[in-house]
Write a protein that binds this ligand. Structure first.
Ligand SMILES: *[C@@H]1O[C@H](CO)[C@@H](O)[C@H](O)[C@H]1NC(C)=O
Ligand SMILES: *[C@@H]1O[C@H](CO)[C@@H](O)[C@H](O)[C@H]1NC(C)=O
Ligand SMILES: *[C@@H]1O[C@H](CO)[C@@H](O)[C@H](O)[C@H]1NC(C)=O
Length: 329
């Protein structure tokens, strides 16, 4: 059982029961542990939806007095931008958890800026990763854009990418998060090689690129293996995607690295325009060029698409876009 310090979903009492819509797949570790096990054991009402559909989800919000939303970033974006999500449907919501992939701080900001009636948000917790950091780091209310502090009984260190000595870095230095604690798996079932690679001297390698500040607050940049290497610089697709989603006519975006003869790799963007919006890709490129460093620019081009491929938990399938790109070039 979680200590009260860490528990965010509240146990049922005579007068209170959490009501939580369930769209995350229960075969996924986030849907299994956070959405199913940790809620049912304390008597929450979990309203299951066969799959996500905007009208069905909205009807649940309308009819069930939902108290907590356990989401992945696409659902948070949906709640922010969908015109049929009325703020009054979320009046009873006291907690929103977003996990499985990084939720950009701009996206978080936009979500909070939606004119939620009065003080429905007593607290909010955000964990950017489920399998990795989300299990080890707990975010207290209102720690902006950070994923929070370590949970009890857990050790963490940030090490330089591919540093075989595992030397810990100090505050503000970006690297891979390694953790130790009772919640860490012993290894992959019947996969000795993968298990060996997952640990460094007993520390679990999360594969998350992160840093922490002097207050012990942790910040996620992206998954290490998804980083784009431009002229030796590391570019986090999540950072670019967030900047692109800030462009007025963009609904959704995904960024991958494509091979480049001089730079190694360059970022290429896939964008979904907002309904009825005219999206000028050159203007988007200019906008990014004005906002971000030279090596982060969309030199691999911008392609307008109808939708971004995502898995059932809402994670962008960048690998699928890469394969598509390779098949065409
Ligand atoms: C939701 O809350 C409203 C206002 O408190 C109440 O009238 C209604 O019966 C509740 N609905 C359900 C399904 O509990
Ligand atoms: C936000 O909500 C308050 C209280 O319901 C209302 O008075 C105000 O007009 C709303 N603002 C916007 C921009 O919708
Ligand atoms: C880390 O960054 C913060 C905020 O920019 C700054 O105040 C602090 O001095 C930095 N600490 C170190 C050790 O670099």
């Amino acid at each position: 059982m979680l200590s009260p310090d860490v528990a965010h979903i509240l146990p049922a009492t005579d007068t209170f029961q959490e009501v939580i819509p369930a769209v995350l797949p229960m075969f996924h570790i986030y849907g299994f542990t956070v959405l199913s096990l940790s809620t049912l054991i304390i008597g929450s009402k979990v309203v299951t939806l066969r799959k996500f559909a905007p009208d069905v989800y909205i009807s649940v919000l309308k009819n069930y007095n939902v108290t907590s939303v356990i989401a992945a970033p696409p659902l948070v974006l949906f709640l922010t931008v969908h015109p049929d999500v009325k703020t009054e449907y979320l009046q009873s919501v006291r907690l929103v958890i977003s996990g499985a992939a990084p939720l950009g701080s701009l996206d978080e900001e936009r979500f909070l800026e939606k004119n939620w009636t009065t003080s429905s948000y007593a607290s909010r917790i955000r964990s950017d990763r489920d399998i990795a950091s989300g299990d080890y780091i707990h975010k207290k209310a209102f720690e902006k854009s950070s994923v929070g502090k370590l949970v009890p009984n857990t050790f963490a260190k940030i090490i330089a990418v591919d540093d075989p000595t595992g030397t810990p870095l100090g505050p503000n230095q970006s690297g891979e998060l390694l953790v130790k604690g009772p919640q860490v798996m012993r290894g992959y079932h019947n996969k000795p090689e993968e298990t060996k690679n997952a640990f460094l001297d007993g520390w679990f390698r999360t594969g998350d690129l992160m840093h922490y500040n002097e207050d012990g607050l942790f910040y996620v940049t992206d998954r290490l293996k998804e980083l784009i290497k431009v002229k030796g610089f590391q570019v986090a697709p999540a950072e670019l995607e967030e900047a692109i989603r800030d462009f007025p006519s963009v609904q959704d975006a995904a960024v991958i690295g494509i091979p480049h003869p001089m730079y190694g790799e360059v970022p290429r963007a896939y964008v979904v325009p907002k309904a009825k919006a005219q999206l000028k890709t050159e203007e988007l490129q200019k906008y990014i060029a004005n906002k971000l460093a030279e090596y982060k620019q969309l030199k691999g081009g911008v392609e307008v698409v109808d939708s971004i491929p995502k898995n059932a938990a809402g994670k962008i399938l960048r690998r699928q876009l890469k394969l598509q790109y390779e098949a065409r070039n």
